[in-house]
Design a binder for this molecule. Structure first.
Ligand SMILES: C[S@@+](CC[C@H](N)C(=O)[O-])C[C@H]1O[C@@H](n2cnc3c(N)ncnc32)[C@H](O)[C@@H]1O
Length: 287
């Protein structure tokens, strides 16, 4: 691990601002606003992604971790949150990194570690020191994404593996689609205004452009049991909706609680992308 563990860069560089500015006209938040939102959100809802996934029929984290079990060397869990992949890789030389103190505290409370507080675009690891990067549900929301992908490339050893889990917008059955229409209508939301929508179904292309070799690109439709008022409230909280007021969230939870009858299932299509850092490309870069 490198020289500056725990360093959290502040402010927004020109490059970061440039990477976000093209979206302003499309109604996206700018990067400082997004950072403020995500910091406050995780402060209030530490561990929420893991809690939501505990409603799934099978564990998305086990699915993500499966291609990492044979990897040699350190596994760096990028934006690890409450560190649910730690228990999926019990024998790995694992280290979790996240920007949120509250998420890391939740991970520590569950006995998971080691943990480092750092930003995704300034990873506390030496160049070419890591065998794998695990990125669970983070690439669509971490900023700045180009610099984050650059950091993943920097810390991976030649031939190292990136395994990423992201939400997929395709794969829903017609009834699954209706379920999401119901949920989003309750929340009065049209879409999730995340900063990196291209890092969902477009992730394989994005990684190729960033110099990775994509080895696997798979989709799996999990189902969430939304069968109680508690599960409905968890779902409403877990969707990362910056414009959601407290009043609207409460109304949505009441509405979804009526919908969340025993046996109610909500489809959740996820995409697992496994990519590799080509050996020859990195050695060319270092010469
Ligand atoms: C959707 S949660 C996923 C957490 C965990 N990987 C999981 O799947 O349960 C996204 C995580 O990204 C972290 N995060 C967001 N932006 C970040 C950044 N720029 N650098 C590091 N972590 C960041 C958040 O604090 C949060 O823990």
């Amino acid at each position: 691990m490198r020289d500056q563990p725990g360093r959290v860069p502040e402010g927004s560089t020109g490059a970061r601002a440039a990477s976000m500015s093209h979206r302003r006209g499309e109604g996206w938040m700018d990067e400082p606003d997004w950072r403020r939102f995500i910091t406050a959100y995780h402060q209030e809802h530490a561990g929420i992604t893991e809690q939501l996934f505990s409603l799934a029929d099978t564990s998305p984290y086990a699915w993500l971790a499966e291609p990492l079990r044979a990897v040699e060397g350190t596994v760096l869990d990028l934006a690890c949150g409450s560190a649910p992949t730690r228990q999926e890789l019990p024998d790995a030389d694992w280290v979790g990194v996240d920007l949120s103190a509250a998420e890391l505290a939740e991970a520590a409370r569950q006995g998971r570690g080691p943990l480092l507080r750092a930003a995704a675009d300034a990873l506390p690891a030496a160049s070419a020191s890591v065998g794998a990067v695990c990125a669970a549900m983070c690439l669509p929301v971490v900023t700045p994404l180009p610099q984050t992908l650059g950091e993943i490339r920097r810390v991976l050893r030649p031939g190292g593996v990136l395994a990423a889990l992201v939400p997929s917008q395709s794969g829903l059955s017609p009834s699954g689609m209706l379920g999401w229409v119901r949920v989003m209508a309750a929340l009065r939301a049209v879409r999730q205004p995340w900063p990196n929508p291209q890092a969902r179904d477009g992730l394989p292309a994005l990684l190729r452009t960033a110099g990775f070799r994509v080895r696997r690109d798979e989709r799996h439709v999990f189902t969430l049991a939304i069968d109680s008022a508690g599960a409905a409230a968890l779902l409403a909280d877990a969707l990362y909706l910056p414009g959601l007021t407290t009043h609207r969230a409460q109304a949505a939870k009441r509405s979804l609680a009526r919908w969340a009858t025993p046996g109610r299932r909500l489809e959740l299509p996820l995409r697992r992308v496994v990519a590799e850092l080509p050996i020859e490309q990195q050695s060319q870069e270092t010469t």
